[in-house]
Design a protein around this ligand. Sequence first.
Ligand code: SF4
Ligand code: SF4
Length: 277
Amino acid sequence: MIPRRALLLCGAGDAASLDWEQAAGHMSPQQAHACEQAAPGLRSVHAAVFPYYTPPQPGANLCLYARGEDYHRVLRRRMGQAAQQLEAQHPGHRFVPFADASPFPEVLLALLCGLGVLGKHGLLITPRFGSYVFIGILASTLPCADPALPVRHCPGCMACVRACPGGALCGSGFCPGRCLSHLTQMRAQPDGEQLALLRRSPLIWGCDVCQSVCPLNQGLSPCALPEFCENLIHSLSQQDLALSDRQFRKRFADRAFSWRGVAPLRRNLLLLQGRNE
Ligand code: SF4
Ligand code: SF4
């Protein structure tokens, strides 16, 4: 079985492969070295996208990606199954799954594999699932002849740049200090401008604005993976955020929004309530 097939069977919406030498040619030597340290004997990388779109709910205070099970867990579990099957069928070779926390530049690798185009917001936009995808990387010692494809870009309509509440996409590039996705997760004390931005946001975790206005994200079907379309949490209540940090982390251990603890979410809700008073 080829890696793409195994990744599709484990639930990926799309997947593609790339020769490691070609991929490394698009990275700094330091970054390529870090990848090789993380996956010794690296000969190929296989990028997989897992769609997570579900329609927005009125009054929700969590962004779309955070409403289902923590994607780190889901991707590691599902790609881990693919890795096991592939290792059984390719004796002597290693397949190692990575999701988010790794030296692998996931968006770049998915672009080089031809899985979509690069949006002005810096996200991968796929033809079938838009930008509402999590990207997983399967690193392998198995040789692969698939070439790196040219990086393609979105049409550049600038709707995301104009709609960004913090102006995080203008000027010389992405400015994390003005992005609500970053600010809502920040544990440090926000400065005055950042507080004003947080007060204006309807969400206490994340931001969907640049994705929701993108013409390439319109008319999408809801995703099919149960982890991302069932048992969704659309909002956190004041009671949820009154829990101690330990209680909160335990109760929501399977959710991506719990990794920073309760404090940033509690602050964000207080700011939102202050705005609504
Ligand atoms: S996530 Fe929100 S704040 Fe961040 S760049 Fe996109 S629109 Fe701007
Ligand atoms: S909104 Fe326009 S510029 Fe922004 S990512 Fe989508 S197509 Fe590209």
